[in-house]
Design a protein around this ligand. Structure first.
Ligand code: UT7
Length: 310
């Protein structure tokens, strides 16, 4: 690892202002605040207004990340947008965001890898930067999950929230150096979490739950082996925020101390591809530590990353 390594030099997050507490669902579904909290760790989530799209939230997070990085939109070489809730089928959400980033002429594309989308995007950014093809990449995870949820389905509507996160990635510099990214997919589970044409999200919750734990454990063990790390060497594990019990199960199996596992699930719910950059924004930047990140989602996609904070 050296100054050629791709590094996240700044990140930002955006959550829409409207808070929706669990009690909202009690008014029309056979559910309760205690069921939702005990089974998921979620107390509330944010919902975007009807006229707000994933690109609008992504744009806000992107502008803030560029401002923090002191990068002008003109300097961006590539925009990657991880989303499972694009504004529309065409053009890409990335193209829509590019058109609203003043002065930006960068090529742009969407990445469809569901809740693993931000880490999938990070692997693409790392490869482009370290090959020398691009110098400055803007990676955005933005989701309007409410657009794909069936309000009458109590097993999905309670789980998700809207939001966005964005990161600026460059070669070298201070921030989070991306040491390694691993990706995986089990296509046999493609039907376990899907949005069929013209329909809302359908999920086989228990199958996703079990697979997320199994793959989460496998990824952490693999990354620890590849990077020759013990649990003591890791400051934070940034889990995709899907369900507190998924994280607790993985923690228990791998003896991960609770202080290494920050969460936002209580107030964001699952924001899919936006969840890891939102979580990243919720923790203080501590220098000279190793961080890990783990994500899983529809596909069934899974991914992991190891960083050094500089
Ligand atoms: O990024 C990946 C995205 N997806 C996920 O992360 C989902 C992973 N799965 C889960 O988080 C959990 O499976 C759920 C939270 C969705 C469900 O929790 P569970 O402990 O696995 O419950 P279950 O599926 O075993 O269902 C138990 C019961 C069922 O009723 P019956 O059949 O026993 O009568 C469900 O219909 O709980 C019922 N149920 C609910 N009850 C009250 C399902 N949703 C609700 C609800 N309120 N909101």
């Amino acid at each position: 690892m050296d100054s050629k390594s791709a590094t996240i030099i700044a990140s930002a997050a955006y959550l829409p202002p409207k808070r929706v507490e669990n009690s909202h669902f009690e008014t029309y579904l056979n559910t309760s605040d205690s069921w939702i909290y005990e089974r998921t760790g979620i107390k509330e989530r944010r919902w975007a207004e009807n006229d707000v799209k994933a690109s609008d939230m992504g744009l806000i997070a992107a502008k803030e990340a560029l401002k923090k990085a002191q990068i002008d939109p003109k300097e961006v070489d590539l925009i990657l947008v991880a989303t499972m809730t694009p504004d529309q089928p065409l053009p890409s959400t990335a193209a829509i965001i590019q058109s609203k980033l003043e002065g930006c002429r960068a090529p742009a594309m969407d990445i469809s890898a569901a809740c693993s989308g931000y880490l999938y995007g990070l692997s693409v950014a790392k490869a482009f930067i370290e090959s020398g093809m691009y110098a400055t990449i803007l990676l955005i995870g933005c989701e309007k999950m409410t657009q794909v949820l069936d309000p009458e389905d109590r097993s999905t509507v309670i789980l998700f929230g809207d939001g966005a996160g964005a990161s600026v990635i460059k070669k070298g510099g201070s921030g989070l150096r991306i040491d390694r990214v691993v990706l995986g997919l089990d296509g046999n589970l493609a039907g376990s979490l899907c949005i069929p044409n013209g329909k809302k999200m359908q999920m086989s919750g228990q199958e996703i739950f079990k697979t997320a734990i199994q793959k989460g454990v496998e990824i952490i063990e693999l990354l620890m082996e590849q990077e020759m790390l013990s649990m003591n060497d890791i400051r934070y594990i940034l889990f995709h925020q899907a369900n507190i019990r998924i994280m607790q199960n993985i923690q228990k199996r791998l003896l991960i101390p609770e202080e290494k596992v920050p969460t936002t699930i209580g107030y964001t719910a699952n924001t899919s591809a936006a969840s890891i950059p939102i979580l990243l924004q919720s923790i203080p930047h501590e220098k000279n530590h190793r961080y890990m990140s783990v994500a899983f989602g529809a596909g069934f996609t899974y991914a992991g990353a190891v960083f050094t904070s500089l």
